[in-house]
Write a protein that binds this ligand. Structure first.
Ligand code: OGA
Ligand code: MN
Length: 301
């Protein structure tokens, strides 16, 4: 079989992969080509793939262990818990709880102690125009900071909070309660080393409440700056979907956002599978938050 052909789509991220049929297991050579393109371009597009949920899982499983989504147990495919339905379609007259998924800059599952290694998203239905998804390159974000800021953030940890998902409070109250219980605030390093490329990156997100040991008030200006910097247009690739695109991103080295730039009366229906990431977080205990409380009090006394 011929090797897949990789064509870059953007400077910061994105490449398309031609000549691979994702319904079949990838041969060793193809796997090597795709994996190294994934690490280099961070987000790959495989056009014209029409996969069943099972085929999507099988494809994903070639890159690692597939996530079962136990931390968000509501949006799963009825027969395949590994597949999340990201959709604005109504079922039994009820609006979908994922119709506004991904509306702020984020990486998947950072509110768990194992943020996803990668995610695979397949487009089954799309609006006539819009409904694009953007990706930001977090290596570039880190490398373009001044040495002084880099030194300051190198040892910082950030508190990721599921309730900061945009539109979270408008979801089903029972589901909000359970998902908040399942996912208490959790700290992850701000500058991790990517386990495969060995490079440092800026692991920021709009779902961070504060930095560990800093109050929210102290954290906010830095958070705003880092989020704005990481998502500067020059670090971003914008994907315009076609039906049957399968895309796969490196969730450890990118942020993404789903744009609401489309006619909401038209269907947008996607299937997502994620790869289980490494343990990197710890739940924020009382002692840690006490430090923040003390400095908050000091600031007002
Ligand atoms: C996701 C997500 C993006 C999109 O599924 O993780 O953020 O464009 N979706 O639907
Ligand atoms: Mn997402």
């Amino acid at each position: 079989m011929t090797s897949p052909v990789i064509t870059p789509l953007g400077y910061a991220a994105g490449a398309s992969v031609a000549g691979a049929d994702l319904r079949r297991p990838l041969e060793e050579d193809a796997m090597k080509t795709i994996t190294s393109a994934w690490h280099k371009h961070l987000m790959l597009v495989f056009p014209d793939q029409r996969l069943s949920p099972k085929e999507l899982i099988d494809f994903t499983s070639q890159f690692g262990q597939v996530e079962r989504n136990d931390n968000v147990p509501y949006y799963r495919h009825p027969e395949h818990p590994e597949v999340l339905l990201i959709s604005n379609k109504t079922t039994n007259g009820k609006p979908s709880q994922t119709r506004n998924t991904g509306r702020n800059w984020h990486a998947d599952l950072t509110y768990t102690d194992r943020p996803a290694k990668g995610s695979v998203l397949m487009c089954q239905e799309k609006p006539e125009v819009g409904g694009d998804t953007m990706f930001a390159n977090l290596y570039m974000a880190y490398e373009t900071l001044s040495p002084t800021i880099r030194k300051f953030i190198d040892t910082l940890e950030a508190v990721h909070d599921i309730t900061l998902i945009k539109g979270f409070s408008r979801r089903d109250p029972e589901q909000i309660k359970e998902m908040t219980r399942l996912n208490p605030p959790i700290a992850h390093p701000v500058v991790p080393v990517h386990p495969e490329t060995g490079k440092k990156l800026l692991f920021i997100s709009e779902r961070i409440r504060n930095f560990v040991g800093m109050t929210e008030e102290e954290s906010k200006p830095l958070l705003d700056f880092l989020n704005g910097h990481a998502t500067s247009p020059e670090f971003v690739y914008r994907h315009r979907w076609s039906v049957n695109d399968v895309i796969m991103w490196d969730n450890r080295a990118t942020l993404h956002i789903a744009l609401p730039d489309f006619d909401q009366s038209q269907s947008r229906h996607m299937l997502r599978c994620s790869l289980l990431g490494e343990h990197s977080g710890y739940v924020i205990d009382n002692e840690t938050s006490e430090i923040s409380m003390k400095s908050a009090l000091a600031a007002i006394s």
